[in-house]
Design a protein around this ligand. Sequence first.
Ligand code: SAH
Ligand code: SF4
Ligand code: F3S
Length: 482
Amino acid sequence: MYNEIDLDKIDIVTEPPTEEPARQYYFMAKCREWVRNFQKQKGCPPKACVVNFGCQMNAKDSEKLTGILKEAGYQWGEEQEADFVIYNTCTVRDNVNQRIYGRLGVLHGCKRRNPRLKIALCGCMMQENAVIEKIKKSYGFVDLIFGTHNIFKFSELLYTCLISDRMIIDIWKDTDKIVEDLPVERKYPFKSGINIMFGCNNFCSYCIVPYVRGRERSRESEDILREAKRLAAEGVKEIMLLGQNVNSYGKNLEHPISFAQLLQEVEKIEGIERIRFMTSHPKDLSDELIQVMKQSKKICRHLHLPLQSGSTKILKAMNRRYTKEQYLALADKIRSEIPDIAITTDIIVGFPGETSEDLEETIDVVKKVQFDNAFTFLYSKRTGTPAASMENQVPEEVVKPGFDRLLHVVQETAKHRAGLLAGQYARVLVEEVNEHDSHLMTGRMSNNMLVHFPGGEELLGQFVTVYLKECRGFYYIGERMA
Ligand code: SAH
Ligand code: SF4
Ligand code: F3S
Protein backbone atom coordinates (compact mmCIF):
# COMPACT_ATOMS: atom_id res chain seq x y z
CA MET A 1 0.00 0.00 0.00
CA TYR A 2 1.38 3.39 -0.91
CA ASN A 3 0.38 5.13 2.32
CA GLU A 4 2.77 2.85 4.24
CA ILE A 5 5.79 4.21 2.33
CA ASP A 6 8.04 6.83 3.96
CA LEU A 7 9.86 8.57 1.12
CA ASP A 8 12.35 10.16 3.52
CA LYS A 9 13.61 6.71 4.51
CA ILE A 10 14.49 5.73 0.93
CA ASP A 11 18.21 5.56 0.15
CA ILE A 12 18.58 7.92 -2.83
CA VAL A 13 22.38 7.81 -2.95
CA THR A 14 22.63 4.30 -4.38
CA GLU A 15 21.40 3.22 -7.82
CA PRO A 16 17.62 3.17 -8.41
CA PRO A 17 15.85 -0.19 -8.05
CA THR A 18 14.74 -1.87 -11.28
CA GLU A 19 11.40 -3.26 -10.09
CA GLU A 20 8.14 -1.27 -9.92
CA PRO A 21 6.72 0.52 -8.06
CA ALA A 22 9.90 0.68 -5.88
CA ARG A 23 11.72 2.47 -8.71
CA GLN A 24 9.09 5.20 -8.79
CA TYR A 25 9.20 5.65 -4.99
CA TYR A 26 12.96 6.17 -5.35
CA PHE A 27 12.44 8.92 -7.96
CA MET A 28 9.65 10.50 -5.90
CA ALA A 29 12.18 10.78 -3.09
CA LYS A 30 14.71 12.30 -5.52
CA CYS A 31 12.09 14.85 -6.65
CA ARG A 32 11.37 15.68 -3.01
CA GLU A 33 15.07 16.39 -2.44
CA TRP A 34 15.08 18.62 -5.53
CA VAL A 35 12.03 20.51 -4.28
CA ARG A 36 13.64 21.05 -0.84
CA ASN A 37 16.73 22.52 -2.49
CA PHE A 38 14.52 24.80 -4.60
CA GLN A 39 12.79 25.99 -1.43
CA LYS A 40 16.12 26.64 0.29
CA GLN A 41 17.28 28.78 -2.62
CA LYS A 42 14.08 30.69 -3.37
CA GLY A 43 12.50 30.81 0.07
CA CYS A 44 9.27 29.13 -1.08
CA PRO A 45 8.35 25.77 -2.58
CA PRO A 46 7.78 25.48 -6.35
CA LYS A 47 4.21 25.58 -7.65
CA ALA A 48 2.62 23.09 -10.03
CA CYS A 49 -0.47 23.11 -12.21
CA VAL A 50 -2.11 20.07 -13.82
CA VAL A 51 -4.58 20.81 -16.63
CA ASN A 52 -6.89 18.09 -17.85
CA PHE A 53 -8.45 18.11 -21.32
CA GLY A 54 -9.99 14.68 -21.64
CA CYS A 55 -12.56 12.21 -20.42
CA GLN A 56 -13.01 10.73 -16.96
CA MET A 57 -10.15 8.35 -17.56
CA ASN A 58 -7.85 11.25 -18.24
CA ALA A 59 -9.19 13.03 -15.17
CA LYS A 60 -8.27 9.97 -13.13
CA ASP A 61 -4.77 10.02 -14.65
CA SER A 62 -4.49 13.70 -13.72
CA GLU A 63 -5.20 12.76 -10.10
CA LYS A 64 -2.25 10.36 -10.29
CA LEU A 65 0.02 13.13 -11.63
CA THR A 66 -1.21 15.47 -8.90
CA GLY A 67 -0.60 12.82 -6.24
CA ILE A 68 3.03 12.50 -7.27
CA LEU A 69 3.63 16.26 -7.48
CA LYS A 70 2.14 16.68 -3.99
CA GLU A 71 4.33 13.88 -2.63
CA ALA A 72 7.35 15.63 -4.11
CA GLY A 73 6.39 18.77 -2.18
CA TYR A 74 4.95 21.00 -4.90
CA GLN A 75 2.35 23.56 -3.94
CA TRP A 76 -0.60 24.43 -6.11
CA GLY A 77 -0.73 27.47 -8.39
CA GLU A 78 -2.47 28.90 -11.41
CA GLU A 79 -0.93 28.28 -14.81
CA GLN A 80 0.50 31.83 -14.98
CA GLU A 81 2.42 31.59 -11.68
CA ALA A 82 3.45 27.91 -11.77
CA ASP A 83 6.96 26.50 -12.03
CA PHE A 84 5.72 23.22 -13.49
CA VAL A 85 2.71 22.97 -15.83
CA ILE A 86 1.49 19.70 -17.26
CA TYR A 87 -1.24 19.34 -19.89
CA ASN A 88 -2.93 15.95 -19.88
CA THR A 89 -4.17 15.96 -23.45
CA CYS A 90 -7.07 14.43 -25.40
CA THR A 91 -7.28 13.81 -29.13
CA VAL A 92 -10.74 12.34 -29.59
CA ARG A 93 -11.85 15.30 -31.75
CA ASP A 94 -9.73 17.84 -33.61
CA ASN A 95 -11.19 20.87 -31.81
CA VAL A 96 -9.63 19.58 -28.57
CA ASN A 97 -6.21 19.41 -30.27
CA GLN A 98 -6.56 22.96 -31.57
CA ARG A 99 -7.44 24.22 -28.11
CA ILE A 100 -4.33 22.57 -26.70
CA TYR A 101 -2.05 24.14 -29.33
CA GLY A 102 -3.65 27.52 -28.61
CA ARG A 103 -3.02 27.26 -24.88
CA LEU A 104 0.55 26.13 -25.48
CA GLY A 105 1.15 29.42 -27.26
CA VAL A 106 -0.03 31.29 -24.16
CA LEU A 107 2.18 29.11 -21.98
CA HIS A 108 5.18 30.10 -24.10
CA GLY A 109 4.55 33.68 -22.94
CA CYS A 110 4.62 32.48 -19.31
CA LYS A 111 7.95 30.81 -19.92
CA ARG A 112 9.42 34.02 -21.29
CA ARG A 113 8.46 35.72 -18.02
CA ASN A 114 9.55 32.80 -15.85
CA PRO A 115 12.43 30.97 -17.56
CA ARG A 116 12.59 28.30 -14.84
CA LEU A 117 9.06 27.16 -15.79
CA LYS A 118 9.02 23.54 -16.98
CA ILE A 119 6.28 22.57 -19.43
CA ALA A 120 5.15 18.95 -19.79
CA LEU A 121 2.65 17.28 -22.12
CA CYS A 122 1.17 13.82 -21.68
CA GLY A 123 -1.96 11.85 -22.51
CA CYS A 124 -3.66 10.60 -25.63
CA MET A 125 -2.56 13.26 -28.13
CA MET A 126 1.07 12.43 -27.42
CA GLN A 127 0.58 8.89 -28.78
CA GLU A 128 0.37 10.33 -32.30
CA ASN A 129 3.62 10.60 -34.27
CA ALA A 130 2.48 13.64 -36.24
CA VAL A 131 1.83 15.53 -32.99
CA ILE A 132 5.31 14.76 -31.63
CA GLU A 133 6.87 15.95 -34.91
CA LYS A 134 4.85 19.19 -34.79
CA ILE A 135 5.84 19.88 -31.18
CA LYS A 136 9.51 19.22 -31.89
CA LYS A 137 9.35 21.59 -34.86
CA SER A 138 7.14 24.41 -33.62
CA TYR A 139 6.98 24.14 -29.82
CA GLY A 140 10.63 23.61 -28.94
CA PHE A 141 10.10 25.24 -25.52
CA VAL A 142 8.29 22.12 -24.22
CA ASP A 143 10.45 20.26 -21.67
CA LEU A 144 8.83 16.85 -21.22
CA ILE A 145 6.57 14.65 -23.37
CA PHE A 146 5.22 11.22 -22.47
CA GLY A 147 2.18 9.18 -23.41
CA THR A 148 -0.58 7.06 -21.94
CA HIS A 149 1.31 3.80 -21.50
CA ASN A 150 4.12 5.02 -19.25
CA ILE A 151 2.27 7.44 -17.01
CA PHE A 152 3.24 5.21 -14.07
CA LYS A 153 6.82 6.44 -14.74
CA PHE A 154 5.92 10.07 -14.07
CA SER A 155 8.17 10.40 -10.99
CA GLU A 156 11.18 9.22 -12.94
CA LEU A 157 10.37 11.42 -15.95
CA LEU A 158 9.75 14.44 -13.72
CA TYR A 159 13.12 14.03 -12.05
CA THR A 160 14.90 13.58 -15.39
CA CYS A 161 13.19 16.73 -16.67
CA LEU A 162 14.05 18.77 -13.56
CA ILE A 163 17.77 18.11 -13.86
CA SER A 164 18.00 18.45 -17.65
CA ASP A 165 17.90 21.27 -20.19
CA ARG A 166 16.90 19.08 -23.12
CA MET A 167 13.41 18.19 -24.32
CA ILE A 168 12.70 14.72 -22.86
CA ILE A 169 10.47 12.51 -25.02
CA ASP A 170 9.38 9.06 -23.85
CA ILE A 171 6.51 7.46 -25.78
CA TRP A 172 5.65 3.77 -25.64
CA LYS A 173 3.68 2.16 -28.46
CA ASP A 174 1.70 -0.14 -26.20
CA THR A 175 2.00 -1.98 -22.91
CA ASP A 176 0.55 -4.86 -20.99
CA LYS A 177 1.94 -3.43 -17.75
CA ILE A 178 -0.35 -2.25 -14.93
CA VAL A 179 1.58 -0.74 -12.01
CA GLU A 180 -0.36 -0.68 -8.74
CA ASP A 181 0.18 1.29 -5.53
CA LEU A 182 1.17 4.75 -6.72
CA PRO A 183 -0.10 7.84 -4.91
CA VAL A 184 -3.31 9.58 -6.03
CA GLU A 185 -4.58 13.00 -4.97
CA ARG A 186 -8.37 12.95 -5.17
CA LYS A 187 -10.28 16.02 -6.30
CA TYR A 188 -13.18 15.22 -3.94
CA PRO A 189 -12.77 13.57 -0.51
CA PHE A 190 -16.18 11.87 -0.77
CA LYS A 191 -16.22 10.49 -4.32
CA SER A 192 -13.66 8.89 -6.55
CA GLY A 193 -13.15 7.14 -9.89
CA ILE A 194 -11.50 3.72 -10.01
CA ASN A 195 -9.95 2.35 -13.18
CA ILE A 196 -11.17 -1.16 -13.80
CA MET A 197 -9.70 -1.53 -17.26
CA PHE A 198 -7.47 0.30 -19.70
CA GLY A 199 -7.52 0.57 -23.49
CA CYS A 200 -10.16 -0.55 -25.98
CA ASN A 201 -10.50 -3.37 -28.51
CA ASN A 202 -13.62 -2.20 -30.28
CA PHE A 203 -12.17 -0.15 -33.11
CA CYS A 204 -15.26 1.85 -33.92
CA SER A 205 -14.20 3.13 -37.34
CA TYR A 206 -14.22 6.85 -36.40
CA CYS A 207 -12.43 6.51 -33.07
CA ILE A 208 -8.78 7.10 -32.21
CA VAL A 209 -8.98 5.79 -28.63
CA PRO A 210 -7.85 2.18 -29.41
CA TYR A 211 -4.76 3.61 -31.16
CA VAL A 212 -3.77 5.97 -28.37
CA ARG A 213 -4.84 3.88 -25.37
CA GLY A 214 -3.79 0.47 -26.67
CA ARG A 215 -5.36 -2.95 -26.22
CA GLU A 216 -7.94 -3.70 -23.59
CA ARG A 217 -6.47 -4.78 -20.23
CA SER A 218 -8.55 -5.46 -17.13
CA ARG A 219 -7.22 -4.93 -13.64
CA GLU A 220 -7.40 -7.91 -11.29
CA SER A 221 -10.67 -7.73 -9.34
CA GLU A 222 -8.75 -8.15 -6.06
CA ASP A 223 -6.80 -4.97 -6.80
CA ILE A 224 -9.99 -3.07 -7.64
CA LEU A 225 -11.76 -4.25 -4.49
CA ARG A 226 -8.70 -3.47 -2.35
CA GLU A 227 -8.69 0.07 -3.76
CA ALA A 228 -12.44 0.46 -3.20
CA LYS A 229 -12.12 -0.71 0.41
CA ARG A 230 -9.26 1.66 1.06
CA LEU A 231 -11.28 4.54 -0.42
CA ALA A 232 -14.27 3.61 1.75
CA ALA A 233 -11.99 3.63 4.80
CA GLU A 234 -10.84 7.13 3.80
CA GLY A 235 -14.44 8.36 3.72
CA VAL A 236 -15.35 7.93 0.06
CA LYS A 237 -19.08 7.30 -0.35
CA GLU A 238 -19.49 7.22 -4.10
CA ILE A 239 -17.27 5.47 -6.60
CA MET A 240 -17.29 5.44 -10.37
CA LEU A 241 -15.85 2.39 -12.11
CA LEU A 242 -14.02 3.54 -15.22
CA GLY A 243 -13.29 1.89 -18.56
CA GLN A 244 -13.92 2.53 -22.26
CA ASN A 245 -16.20 -0.49 -22.37
CA VAL A 246 -16.93 -1.70 -18.85
CA ASN A 247 -19.29 -4.39 -20.12
CA SER A 248 -16.40 -6.43 -21.44
CA TYR A 249 -14.51 -6.18 -18.12
CA GLY A 250 -12.73 -9.30 -16.93
CA LYS A 251 -13.13 -11.43 -20.03
CA ASN A 252 -9.41 -11.74 -20.61
CA LEU A 253 -8.29 -12.19 -17.02
CA GLU A 254 -6.68 -15.46 -16.02
CA HIS A 255 -9.71 -16.11 -13.82
CA PRO A 256 -12.48 -14.50 -15.87
CA ILE A 257 -15.14 -12.52 -14.01
CA SER A 258 -18.02 -10.54 -15.50
CA PHE A 259 -18.67 -6.86 -14.93
CA ALA A 260 -21.95 -7.74 -13.21
CA GLN A 261 -20.06 -10.02 -10.80
CA LEU A 262 -17.55 -7.29 -10.07
CA LEU A 263 -20.41 -4.90 -9.28
CA GLN A 264 -21.86 -7.39 -6.82
CA GLU A 265 -18.52 -7.58 -5.03
CA VAL A 266 -18.23 -3.79 -4.87
CA GLU A 267 -21.79 -3.61 -3.52
CA LYS A 268 -20.68 -5.61 -0.45
CA ILE A 269 -18.16 -2.96 0.62
CA GLU A 270 -19.34 -1.16 3.70
CA GLY A 271 -19.19 2.62 3.48
CA ILE A 272 -19.60 2.75 -0.29
CA GLU A 273 -23.14 4.01 -0.70
CA ARG A 274 -23.27 4.75 -4.40
CA ILE A 275 -21.76 3.02 -7.40
CA ARG A 276 -21.55 4.48 -10.91
CA PHE A 277 -19.79 3.28 -14.03
CA MET A 278 -18.71 4.57 -17.45
CA THR A 279 -18.96 3.64 -20.32
CA SER A 280 -21.24 0.86 -21.48
CA HIS A 281 -21.14 -0.41 -25.04
CA PRO A 282 -24.64 -1.50 -26.11
CA LYS A 283 -23.36 -4.64 -27.86
CA ASP A 284 -21.98 -6.08 -24.60
CA LEU A 285 -24.67 -5.05 -22.12
CA SER A 286 -25.89 -8.29 -20.55
CA ASP A 287 -29.21 -9.30 -18.98
CA GLU A 288 -27.16 -10.27 -15.95
CA LEU A 289 -26.06 -6.62 -15.62
CA ILE A 290 -29.62 -5.33 -15.90
CA GLN A 291 -30.75 -7.71 -13.16
CA VAL A 292 -27.83 -6.79 -10.89
CA MET A 293 -28.62 -3.09 -11.37
CA LYS A 294 -32.30 -3.69 -10.73
CA GLN A 295 -31.70 -5.49 -7.45
CA SER A 296 -28.94 -3.22 -6.24
CA LYS A 297 -29.41 -0.67 -3.49
CA LYS A 298 -26.20 1.12 -4.37
CA ILE A 299 -25.86 1.18 -8.16
CA CYS A 300 -27.12 4.54 -9.36
CA ARG A 301 -30.15 4.88 -11.56
CA HIS A 302 -28.14 6.10 -14.52
CA LEU A 303 -26.82 4.39 -17.60
CA HIS A 304 -24.68 6.10 -20.21
CA LEU A 305 -25.30 4.09 -23.35
CA PRO A 306 -23.69 5.69 -26.42
CA LEU A 307 -25.90 5.39 -29.50
CA GLN A 308 -23.60 7.21 -31.99
CA SER A 309 -26.19 6.87 -34.78
CA GLY A 310 -29.74 5.63 -35.19
CA SER A 311 -29.19 4.44 -38.75
CA THR A 312 -28.34 0.76 -39.09
CA LYS A 313 -26.40 1.53 -42.27
CA ILE A 314 -24.21 4.11 -40.51
CA LEU A 315 -23.85 1.91 -37.41
CA LYS A 316 -22.47 -0.81 -39.65
CA ALA A 317 -19.98 1.58 -41.26
CA MET A 318 -19.05 2.74 -37.76
CA ASN A 319 -18.36 -0.88 -36.76
CA ARG A 320 -20.64 -0.56 -33.72
CA ARG A 321 -22.00 -4.11 -34.11
CA TYR A 322 -25.66 -3.42 -33.27
CA THR A 323 -28.63 -2.26 -35.34
CA LYS A 324 -31.16 0.47 -34.70
CA GLU A 325 -33.72 -2.17 -33.71
CA GLN A 326 -31.32 -3.90 -31.31
CA TYR A 327 -30.55 -0.60 -29.60
CA LEU A 328 -34.24 0.25 -29.28
CA ALA A 329 -35.04 -3.19 -27.88
CA LEU A 330 -32.21 -2.89 -25.36
CA ALA A 331 -33.31 0.57 -24.21
CA ASP A 332 -36.90 -0.72 -23.90
CA LYS A 333 -35.81 -3.66 -21.80
CA ILE A 334 -33.77 -1.44 -19.48
CA ARG A 335 -36.61 1.07 -19.05
CA SER A 336 -39.17 -1.63 -18.32
CA GLU A 337 -36.92 -3.45 -15.81
CA ILE A 338 -35.71 -0.27 -14.09
CA PRO A 339 -38.38 2.39 -14.67
CA ASP A 340 -36.67 5.17 -12.69
CA ILE A 341 -33.39 4.91 -14.62
CA ALA A 342 -31.96 7.83 -16.60
CA ILE A 343 -30.46 6.86 -19.95
CA THR A 344 -27.95 9.24 -21.48
CA THR A 345 -26.04 8.91 -24.72
CA ASP A 346 -23.44 10.17 -27.21
CA ILE A 347 -24.33 10.90 -30.84
CA ILE A 348 -22.06 11.72 -33.78
CA VAL A 349 -23.47 13.74 -36.68
CA GLY A 350 -21.83 13.87 -40.11
CA PHE A 351 -20.12 10.48 -40.27
CA PRO A 352 -18.95 9.72 -43.86
CA GLY A 353 -21.91 8.82 -46.07
CA GLU A 354 -24.55 10.07 -43.60
CA THR A 355 -27.62 11.42 -45.40
CA SER A 356 -30.57 13.40 -44.05
CA GLU A 357 -32.54 10.11 -43.99
CA ASP A 358 -29.89 8.61 -41.72
CA LEU A 359 -30.15 11.61 -39.42
CA GLU A 360 -33.94 11.17 -39.33
CA GLU A 361 -33.34 7.64 -38.03
CA THR A 362 -31.18 9.07 -35.26
CA ILE A 363 -33.83 11.64 -34.36
CA ASP A 364 -36.39 8.83 -34.35
CA VAL A 365 -34.32 6.91 -31.76
CA VAL A 366 -33.98 10.05 -29.61
CA LYS A 367 -37.75 10.46 -29.63
CA LYS A 368 -38.44 6.80 -28.94
CA VAL A 369 -35.87 6.24 -26.19
CA GLN A 370 -36.46 9.69 -24.64
CA PHE A 371 -32.87 10.21 -23.56
CA ASP A 372 -32.44 12.03 -20.29
CA ASN A 373 -29.45 13.75 -21.83
CA ALA A 374 -27.30 13.39 -24.93
CA PHE A 375 -23.90 14.70 -25.93
CA THR A 376 -23.95 15.52 -29.63
CA PHE A 377 -20.70 15.79 -31.59
CA LEU A 378 -19.86 16.82 -35.12
CA TYR A 379 -17.89 14.02 -36.75
CA SER A 380 -14.18 14.78 -36.63
CA LYS A 381 -11.79 13.06 -39.00
CA ARG A 382 -9.02 11.31 -37.05
CA THR A 383 -5.93 10.39 -39.05
CA GLY A 384 -5.23 6.67 -39.00
CA THR A 385 -8.81 5.55 -38.35
CA PRO A 386 -10.70 3.63 -41.09
CA ALA A 387 -13.36 6.36 -41.36
CA ALA A 388 -10.73 8.96 -42.21
CA SER A 389 -10.00 7.22 -45.52
CA MET A 390 -13.65 6.69 -46.46
CA GLU A 391 -14.42 8.56 -49.67
CA ASN A 392 -17.83 9.95 -48.85
CA GLN A 393 -16.82 12.56 -46.24
CA VAL A 394 -19.58 15.11 -45.65
CA PRO A 395 -18.57 18.81 -45.51
CA GLU A 396 -19.31 20.58 -42.23
CA GLU A 397 -21.62 23.20 -43.77
CA VAL A 398 -23.85 20.36 -45.06
CA VAL A 399 -23.94 18.73 -41.63
CA LYS A 400 -24.58 21.82 -39.50
CA PRO A 401 -28.34 22.36 -40.09
CA GLY A 402 -29.07 18.68 -39.29
CA PHE A 403 -26.86 18.90 -36.22
CA ASP A 404 -28.80 21.91 -34.95
CA ARG A 405 -32.10 20.15 -35.56
CA LEU A 406 -30.95 17.09 -33.63
CA LEU A 407 -29.69 19.29 -30.81
CA HIS A 408 -33.10 20.92 -30.56
CA VAL A 409 -34.89 17.54 -30.30
CA VAL A 410 -32.35 16.31 -27.75
CA GLN A 411 -32.86 19.41 -25.60
CA GLU A 412 -36.64 19.22 -25.75
CA THR A 413 -36.60 15.53 -24.83
CA ALA A 414 -34.18 16.06 -21.97
CA LYS A 415 -36.24 18.97 -20.64
CA HIS A 416 -39.39 16.89 -20.77
CA ARG A 417 -37.72 13.99 -18.93
CA ALA A 418 -36.28 16.30 -16.28
CA GLY A 419 -39.65 17.99 -15.73
CA LEU A 420 -41.25 14.68 -14.73
CA LEU A 421 -39.48 14.78 -11.37
CA ALA A 422 -41.02 18.08 -10.20
CA GLY A 423 -42.63 17.82 -6.76
CA GLN A 424 -40.72 14.66 -5.81
CA TYR A 425 -38.09 14.17 -3.12
CA ALA A 426 -34.56 13.08 -4.05
CA ARG A 427 -31.66 11.81 -1.99
CA VAL A 428 -28.59 13.71 -3.16
CA LEU A 429 -24.89 13.66 -2.43
CA VAL A 430 -23.84 17.26 -1.80
CA GLU A 431 -20.84 17.95 -4.04
CA GLU A 432 -20.15 21.64 -4.28
CA VAL A 433 -20.91 25.18 -3.23
CA ASN A 434 -22.79 26.67 -6.18
CA GLU A 435 -20.39 28.53 -8.49
CA HIS A 436 -22.68 31.52 -9.01
CA ASP A 437 -24.39 31.81 -5.64
CA SER A 438 -22.52 30.78 -2.50
CA HIS A 439 -25.77 30.46 -0.53
CA LEU A 440 -26.69 27.48 -2.68
CA MET A 441 -25.24 23.98 -2.49
CA THR A 442 -25.19 21.59 -5.42
CA GLY A 443 -26.21 17.97 -4.97
CA ARG A 444 -26.29 15.05 -7.40
CA MET A 445 -29.22 12.69 -7.58
CA SER A 446 -28.86 8.98 -8.22
CA ASN A 447 -29.91 9.60 -11.85
CA ASN A 448 -27.00 12.04 -12.23
CA MET A 449 -29.16 15.18 -12.34
CA LEU A 450 -28.10 18.21 -10.29
CA VAL A 451 -30.17 20.16 -7.82
CA HIS A 452 -29.23 23.50 -6.25
CA PHE A 453 -30.68 24.31 -2.83
CA PRO A 454 -30.04 26.72 0.04
CA GLY A 455 -27.50 25.30 2.49
CA GLY A 456 -24.05 25.64 3.97
CA GLU A 457 -20.62 24.15 3.37
CA GLU A 458 -21.01 21.78 6.32
CA LEU A 459 -23.23 19.67 4.04
CA LEU A 460 -20.40 18.92 1.59
CA GLY A 461 -19.97 15.18 1.17
CA GLN A 462 -23.24 14.41 2.99
CA PHE A 463 -26.35 12.71 1.71
CA VAL A 464 -29.45 14.87 2.16
CA THR A 465 -33.04 14.72 0.96
CA VAL A 466 -34.14 17.59 -1.24
CA TYR A 467 -37.59 18.61 -2.43
CA LEU A 468 -37.49 19.19 -6.21
CA LYS A 469 -39.29 22.48 -6.43
CA GLU A 470 -38.60 23.92 -9.83
CA CYS A 471 -37.14 22.38 -12.97
CA ARG A 472 -34.85 24.74 -14.90
CA GLY A 473 -34.28 22.66 -18.00
CA PHE A 474 -31.48 20.31 -17.04
CA TYR A 475 -31.31 20.93 -13.31
CA TYR A 476 -33.55 21.65 -10.35
CA ILE A 477 -33.89 24.30 -7.72
CA GLY A 478 -34.84 22.57 -4.51
CA GLU A 479 -35.29 22.79 -0.77
CA ARG A 480 -33.61 20.67 1.83
CA MET A 481 -35.84 18.58 4.06
CA ALA A 482 -35.06 18.85 7.74
N1 SAH B 1 -15.70 4.46 -25.01
C1 SAH B 1 -16.79 5.30 -25.05
C2 SAH B 1 -16.54 6.74 -25.46
C3 SAH B 1 -15.25 7.20 -26.00
S1 SAH B 1 -15.07 8.76 -26.70
C4 SAH B 1 -17.81 4.67 -25.95
O1 SAH B 1 -17.58 3.74 -26.64
O2 SAH B 1 -18.90 5.17 -25.96
C5 SAH B 1 -16.49 9.68 -26.22
C6 SAH B 1 -17.38 10.04 -27.36
O3 SAH B 1 -16.71 10.84 -28.31
C7 SAH B 1 -17.89 8.86 -28.17
O4 SAH B 1 -18.96 8.22 -27.58
C8 SAH B 1 -18.25 9.51 -29.48
O5 SAH B 1 -19.59 9.93 -29.50
C9 SAH B 1 -17.35 10.72 -29.55
N2 SAH B 1 -16.34 10.56 -30.60
C10 SAH B 1 -15.36 9.62 -30.66
N3 SAH B 1 -14.66 9.77 -31.80
C11 SAH B 1 -15.21 10.81 -32.48
C12 SAH B 1 -14.94 11.45 -33.73
N4 SAH B 1 -13.97 11.02 -34.52
N5 SAH B 1 -15.71 12.50 -34.09
C13 SAH B 1 -16.70 12.95 -33.30
N6 SAH B 1 -17.01 12.38 -32.11
C14 SAH B 1 -16.27 11.32 -31.70
FE1 SF4 C 1 -13.85 4.46 -29.22
FE2 SF4 C 1 -15.63 2.63 -29.77
FE3 SF4 C 1 -13.67 2.07 -28.05
FE4 SF4 C 1 -15.60 3.76 -27.39
S1 SF4 C 1 -15.83 1.60 -27.83
S2 SF4 C 1 -13.42 4.04 -27.08
S3 SF4 C 1 -16.06 4.80 -29.30
S4 SF4 C 1 -13.44 2.48 -30.23
FE1 F3S D 1 -9.73 11.82 -25.08
FE2 F3S D 1 -8.09 9.91 -24.54
FE3 F3S D 1 -10.34 10.09 -23.19
S1 F3S D 1 -8.54 10.68 -26.55
S2 F3S D 1 -11.71 11.00 -24.65
S3 F3S D 1 -8.71 11.55 -23.19
S4 F3S D 1 -9.30 8.22 -23.78
